[in-house]
Design a protein around this ligand. Sequence first.
Ligand SMILES: NC(=O)c1ccc[n+]([C@@H]2O[C@H](COP(=O)([O-])OP(=O)(O)OC[C@H]3O[C@@H](n4cnc5c(N)ncnc54)[C@H](OP(=O)(O)O)[C@@H]3O)[C@@H](O)[C@H]2O)c1
Length: 200
Amino acid sequence: MSYAIIGFGNIGKALAKAFARKGIKVSVATTRAPETFAADAAAIGPTIIPKKLAEAVTADIIFLAVRFESHPEVAKAHATWQGKTIVDVTNAYGVAPEKLGGQPSSKFVAQAFSGARLVKGFNHLIAATLDQDPAMHGGRRVVFLASDDDAAAAEIGALAENLGFSPIKLGGLSEGGLLIQARGNSWGHLIFKDLVKFDR
Ligand SMILES: NC(=O)c1ccc[n+]([C@@H]2O[C@H](COP(=O)([O-])OP(=O)(O)OC[C@H]3O[C@@H](n4cnc5c(N)ncnc54)[C@H](OP(=O)(O)O)[C@@H]3O)[C@@H](O)[C@H]2O)c1
């Protein structure tokens, strides 16, 4: 299984740190040439591989860590998204519901990445919190996942566990997924809730 993070800003770097902590290889890409952020990637760890966008999007599992407005541009970077899993980390705060056709923001994103399986997640915490080691207070930091594809949610749940988080599945994008959705001037009720799960 290969992994990529598209966007290497606050959230992209926080996700990269999680991969680096566990020694898992992940490609990172922006609109820029990889040389321009190679030093930042190296500072996080040797498993963080800077790539051109066109190369990074060949990965099996792709974290979308760009601003919501940039997702259509990323979607143009690959001819087909069939067989891939997109993890939508974007928050559409400030985007009018009418612009989304009244849909949950992740359903709108899923349309751009036609053929891919989409999981919304890793988006409910501020970057400075997501950045930290998820092993804390004798438990593991919670990440919420929502998807209309149960197998994709399970796949990303397993990855979240490998990264040291405790995933909680919320169900479909239009159901539990609304708890972690931002849209217009509203935040879902679980956004910003930094929770820790204890194994017993
Ligand atoms: N910041 C937070 O605390 C937080 C928390 C939860 C969720 N989020 C969500 O996470 C997403 C990223 O937020 P952020 O704060 O990390 O933003 P950011 O710091 O502005 O970083 C955005 C990154 O996306 C890249 N990018 C922009 N357009 C691109 C394109 N077409 N193709 C490839 N890369 C592109 C930018 O690279 P260039 O240098 O090439 O422009 C930059 O590395 C947003 O949707 C935000 O709502 C943020």
